[in-house]
Design a protein around this ligand. Structure first.
Ligand SMILES: Nc1nc2c(ncn2[C@@H]2O[C@H](COP(=O)(O)OP(=O)(O)OP(=O)(O)O)[C@@H](O)[C@H]2O)c(=O)[nH]1
Ligand SMILES: [Mg+2]
Length: 331
């Protein structure tokens, strides 16, 4: 094959991953990209904004769009999340529906199938978590899905362990049009590091806490300064009530310290740099019900605001700080 032939057969396109909360969408994106671009927790409704994960292979480039889990929205945040799903579907080349195959009757999920029926393009179904599914259940499940919708392909996978993920990539690649790469081959996401840092803090907090606190939490980076030897990050953790603030801080600040340490360690590994992480906690009553607040916490909106205010320049603050300097602040 000559070089021009090779170039001709390069494929590229956008693929939205849509499914119920906790199906494993973000896990799949991270696995295919080969590094963490989206946070993952065992609790549903972790992902709140659409995030691109870019996979570049010799045969083509796939821009995956991770989306929040489909659910009946009952708050401004929930409606914003479902708006993110709708926005992710605009202009895509392939829709990738994902179900947790280890759950009961995934083929009877009307909310999910409605998405498939409304989208008039090529649709692939990924049956995820087959590592937790008895083999005898797989074939009947595939047949059941064949009956309810005409998918271009149904691929059993384990996003966690990797089984079937290469098959899934080739099925997607086959459906994409020929075309040039949309992004440089070393780019893995559209989400700037500043916002990934906020997400990592949220991930560690969700993993460390129970009940309503994870859902009431939003993390916003206030300062992000890349100093020569140190990445200096200050972030505010917004919760809705004083009681949640108390839980988040913990006895003598133990919970906040734990979250801060876990987040800092992961950020240092991810960015390969020493990180100073200052965390503040603030009560913003019922922010999830307030469309304005919800919009303000969305990273796409923050990025716009930062661009407009030209606030993005590194600060000249000194770097003489201890890495575990965790503070709290009254609202
Ligand atoms: N056993 C098993 N667990 C998985 C697999 N894929 C994901 N998980 C787990 O499922 C949970 C949810 O994974 P996520 O990737 O956060 O799911 P999501 O679909 O992005 O969830 P939302 O963002 O809430 O919509 C995590 O605990 C994952 O480790 C899999 O293939 N097998
Ligand atoms: Mg997710």
């Amino acid at each position: 094959m000559t070089k021009t032939d090779k170039k001709k057969s390069f494929r590229s396109g956008f693929v939205a991953i849509v499914g119920r909360p906790n199906a494993g969408k973000s896990t799949l994106v991270n696995r295919l990209v080969g590094q963490k671009v989206a946070i993952v927790t065992s609790k549903p409704q972790t992902t709140r904004n659409r995030i691109q994960g870019i996979v570049t292979r010799p045969e083509g480039q796939i821009v995956f769009i991770d989306t929040p889990g489909l659910h009946a929205a009952d708050s401004a945040l929930g409606r914003q999340m479902m708006h993110e799903v709708a926005a992710a579907l605009e202009g895509i080349d392939v829709l990738l529906l994902m179900v947790d195959a280890s759950r009961a009757l995934p083929h009877a999920d009307d909310l999910l199938l409605e998405k498939a029926k409304r989208y008039h393009g090529k649709t692939i179904l990924a049956l995820n978590k087959v590592d937790g599914l008895p083999k005898a259940k797989l074939l009947p499940l595939i047949q059941a899905f064949h009956k309810v919708f005409e998918f271009s392909a149904i691929v059993p996978i384990s996003a966690l362990k990797g089984d079937g993920c290469d098959d899934l990539l080739s099925e997607i690649m086959n459906l994409l049009p020929e075309g040039e790469a949309y992004f440089p081959e070393d780019q893995v996401t559209d989400q700037p590091e500043r916002f990934l840092a906020a997400e990592i803090v949220r991930e560690k907090a969700i993993q460390s806490m129970y009940h309503e606190v994870p859902y009431a939490l939003a993390v916003k980076v206030d300062k992000y300064a890349e100093l020569p030897k140190l990445l200096r990050i200050e972030a505010t953790m917004n919760v809705e009530r004083d009681s949640q603030k108390k839980i988040l801080i913990g006895a003598k600040g133990a919970m906040l310290k734990k979250i801060g340490t876990l987040a800092r360690k992961e950020l240092e590994k991810l960015f390969d740099k020493k990180v100073y992480l200052g965390l503040f906690v603030k009560v913003v009553p019922n922010w999830r019900e307030n469309p304005h607040q919800v919009r303000e916490l969305d990273w796409h909106a923050q990025l716009e605001a930062i661009g407009n205010a030209a606030e993005f320049e590194p600060s000249d603050e000194d770097s003489d700080t201890s890495p575990e300097n965790l503070k709290t602040e009254d609202s």
